[in-house]
Design a protein around this ligand. Structure first.
Ligand code: URA
Length: 434
């Protein structure tokens, strides 16, 4: 078998056998196939796709490229949630303790900010002392004893994805349904979960800008999960404007703490509860969405979700006093407001532009090695459909460096559109795939 033969076949629209795919992924992970040949293969897949059978073997080979976790000694049902990424998408931080407080185990393995989208690990690290590097044995211990853990991907889990993702990033092959779905699902299946709820974002601030592509991605990921005997469902949710008010790191974590105390913006609340309902039903602790909703609400009114989050913060070396005093989170030294230039209705509050402005402020990374400034951020005060008067604040911006503020403001000035008529209301939950 030579790589060139496989490349030529895939280039010409042919299919690869199971054995060929396994060999290719294993050899690439072992450094026996060079990046230039794998780049060509990724582009051939980007252009010609993979058949259902090829994709199943591709994903499975990635999954088995390194260690997999084994939680079989933990009696609780293990359920995770994964978002394809958005702006202001802080939901995991409140959702995981709510679901864990209902009796499910939540092995939340999260990522860092990518491009204009934020990452749960960066947001959690805004809590003074909070440690997101958790090795596999501690991950196991925390899941078993607390029923929840919030950490980063370990080095040995799905090494093929680490290498393939970096290669895709520099070869224009990221936005491909088979490549995204195998990347996400191989990592999730390596977590030894029983069930998974996917939040597939659709819209201006998402990877998938149109619903048809998002649905195809959702169907493909659900298909991979089903083949691996893992219960998977996907919600398609709107990401045209940021979720909630806060876009940043410390401010998003603060918003989640408020959510755990029952005080959160309605859009973030709606999506969080709906994802939670699906997790409880798939995890088998609620008979239907209505019962799940009641259980989730009880975790807020009783304070059990907040207590669960406190346990996790303490176990992962964070300062739990932030739960009572949000001023212990990093604070931006300076603030400025962006005012509405005219009266009217907000017809657009552009998630991607606001996300990019947050990165420019220092809240995300322009280069991989950049440090994130947890204190800076944006508070979005005007969302689509709202009536606004000239001079009213559209947003509040917490900043540290003047040059970064200048770059962010230039983008923010184009992030809102104000019209004479209110726009058609759009649903937050666009659809579901089972
Ligand atoms: N997130 C992932 O983990 N992989 C992708 O390919 C895209 C988003």
């Amino acid at each position: 078998m030579t790589v060139v033969e496989l490349l030529e076949r895939k280039r010409d629209g042919g299919t690869l056998s199971d054995e060929e795919i396994r060999w290719l992924i294993t050899s690439y992970t072992a450094d026996e196939v060079p990046d230039y040949q794998m780049s060509a293969m990724l582009m051939a897949i980007f252009l010609n796709g993979l058949t259902g059978d090829e994709l199943a073997v591709w994903a499975e080979s990635m999954l088995h490229s390194g260690d997999t976790l084994d939680f079989s000694d933990i009696p609780m049902t293990k359920v995770d949630k994964h978002s394809t990424g958005g702006v202001g998408d802080k939901l995991s931080i409140a959702l995981a303790p709510m679901v864990a407080a209902c009796g499910l185990a939540v092995p939340m393995m999260s990522g860092r900010g990518l491009g204009h989208t934020g990452g749960t690990l960066d947001k959690l690290e805004a809590i003074p002392g909070f440690r997101t590097q958790v090795d596999p044995s501690e991950f196991h211990h925390l899941l078993k004893t607390i029923g929840m853990v919030m950490g980063g991907q370990t080095e040995t889990l799905v090494p093929a994805d680490r290498r393939l993702y970096a290669l895709r990033d520099v070869t224009g092959t990221v936005p491909s349904v088979p490549l995204i779905s195998s990347s996400i699902m191989s990592k999730k299946l390596a977590e030894d979960i029983d069930a998974l709820v996917l939040d597939v974002k659709v819209g201006k601030g998402a990877f998938m800008q149109d619903e048809e592509q998002a649905r195809l991605l959702a169907e493909t990921m659900v298909g991979i999960g089903t083949r691996h005997d893992t219960k998977v469902m996907a919600l398609l949710t709107a990401m045209d404007e940021p979720l909630g008010t806060a876009v940043g790191n410390a401010n998003e974590t603060a918003e989640c703490i408020e959510m755990l105390k029952g005080d959160a913006p309605p859009d973030a609340t709606e999506v969080t509860y709906r994802l939670g309902e699906e997790m409880l039903v798939l995890g088998g602790v609620a008979a239907d969405n209505a019962e799940a909703r009641t259980m989730l609400e009880a975790t807020i009114t009783s304070g059990s979700a907040l207590e669960k989050f406190e346990e996790v913060i303490v176990a992962q070396d964070g300062d739990p006093r932030v739960l009572e005093d949000l001023s212990l989170l990093p604070q931006a030294p300076e603030f400025v407001e962006l005012e509405a230039p005219r009266d009217g209705y907000i017809t657009e509050c552009h998630a991607r532009r606001i996300g990019v402005a947050g990165v420019q402020l220092g809240g995300g990374r322009l280069r991989k090695e950049d440090e994130v400034d947890p204190a800076v951020g944006i508070w979005v005060f005007a969302k689509e459909g709202e009536r606004i008067e000239r001079g009213q604040p559209l947003a509040r911006i917490g900043w540290r460096e003047g040059a970064k503020l200048g770059a962010a403001m230039e983008i923010l000035e184009d992030a809102w559109t104000i019209g004479d008529e209110p726009p058609e209301p759009k649903p937050l939950i666009i659809g579901e795939v089972r």
